[in-house]
Design a protein around this ligand. Structure first.
Ligand code: PMP
Length: 282
C-alpha cells in the first residue's frame, strides 16, 4: 500500500514519524474516516466541516487547504485501487520536545492511508448486531474526534470477551453512543430516538445525514438521551457510522429486541442511506 505522510506518497514500510510527535506521546491529534464507494468519497464535505471544528477546539491549524486534502484522498484511492473501503486521515500537532503545554511552533503531521474492504455487504448488518452495555469512562469532550481511543478499545474488548459485536456506553443510566458509532432506538409508537448532541457524544456525519433523511420522510424522531431500560424494551435499535452506515442491533445485554431480526426501520434507512451515498459520493 501507498500511504501519505507530510507531503509524500510512500510505500507503507518506508513511512516515518518522529518519536517526539505529540500524536504519539499525548494523543494530541484528530482524525476522520471517510468511506469509499465505487472509488468515490462519501460526504467528504461533512467530514471536512467536523475536522475544522475538531482542530479549532484544540487550537490546531489545518495543515493545508480543503481542496488539497480532497486531492490527497483521491490520489490514494486511485494508486491503491480502492473501489470500496475507507480513507483514514490523521492530523497531529506535530513533533516538539516533550512538554504538556502546546509548542508555540510545531508543524502539524498529516498522515493518510486507505483500507480496501467490502462496506456495503456486511454479515453483521445482515444478521443484526448484538451489543452489551458498558460504563462510559471516556473523557468529557467526546465531541472532538481525537485519536485518544483507548477506552473505546477496552469497551470493545469487553464486548468481544462476551462473544458479542459491540459495546453501547452508558453514563448515568443513559446510553451515550457505541464504541465507534451513534446509537438509536425505535419506541413502541415508532418514534426514532437518538441522543442529542453535546460534549457527551461525537456528532456523527452519518447521524446528520440519516436524521436529514428521516425528516424528509416525515418519520417521527426525538433527539434526547434514552435509558438502558428503554433500549431493552425498544421495538428495534440500530447504530450509524461512516463505515457501518446504518447497522441494525437485535440484542442488548442478552435481551432480544422484537423477533430478533433486523427491524424494518433500520433496514429501510440502511438501504436509503446507501442509495443516497452512491449518488452523492464525489
Ligand atoms: N461516535 C463515535 C465515538 C465514533 O468513533 C464514531 C465513528 N468515528 C461515530 C460516533 C460515528 O461518526 P461518523 O458517522 O461520522 O462515522
Amino acid at each position: 500500500r501507498t500511504v501519505y505522510v507530510n507531503g509524500d506518497y510512500v510505500p507503507e514500510r518506508e513511512a516515518k514519524i518522529s518519536v517526539f510527535d505529540r500524536g504519539f506521546l499525548f494523543a494530541d491529534g484528530v482524525y476522520e474516516v471517510t468511506s469509499v464507494l465505487n472509488g468515490k468519497l462519501v460526504d467528504f464535505a461533512g467530514h471536512m466541516r467536523r475536522l475544522r471544528r475538531s482542530l479549532d477546539e484544540l487550537q490546531m491549524r489545518m495543515p493545508c487547504s480543503e481542496e488539497e486534502l480532497l486531492q490527497i484522498h483521491r490520489k490514494l484511492v486511485e494508486v491503491n485501487a480502492v473501489a470500496e473501503g475507507l480513507v483514514y486521515m490523521q492530523i497531529t500537532r506535530g513533533a516538539a520536545d516533550r512538554d504538556f503545554t502546546y509548542p508555540e511552533s510545531a508543524t502539524p503531521t498529516l498522515v493518510l492511508f486507505t483500507q480496501a474492504r467490502p462496506v456495503i455487504a456486511s454479515p453483521v448488518a445482515e444478521r443484526g448486531a448484538r451489543v452489551v452495555t458498558v460504563e462510559d469512562l471516556r473523557w468529557g469532550r467526546r465531541d472532538i474526534k481525537t485519536v485518544q481511543l483507548l477506552y473505546p478499545s477496552m469497551a470493545k474488548m469487553i464486548a468481544k470477551g462476551q462473544g458479542v459485536d459491540d459495546a453501547w456506553l452508558v453514563q448515568d443510566g443513559k446510553i451515550t453512543e457505541g464504541t465507534s458509532n451513534n446509537t438509536y432506538i425505535v419506541t413502541a409508537d415508532g418514534t426514532i430516538v437518538t441522543r442529542d448532541l453535546s460534549h457527551d457524544i461525537l456528532p456523527g456525519i452519518t447521524r446528520a445525514a440519516v436524521l436529514n433523511c428521516v425528516r424528509e420522510l416525515q418519520m417521527k424522531v426525538e433527539e434526547r438521551a434514552f435509558s438502558v431500560e428503554e433500549a431493552l424494551s425498544a421495538r428495534e435499535a440500530f447504530s450509524t457510522s461512516a463505515t457501518g452506515f446504518v447497522c441494525p442491533v437485535v440484542e442488548i445485554d442478552g435481551t432480544v429486541l422484537g423477533d430478533g431480526k433486523p427491524g424494518p426501520v433500520a433496514r429501510r434507512l440502511r438501504q436509503i442511506y446507501i442509495e443516497e451515498s452512491l449518488k452523492s459520493a464525489i
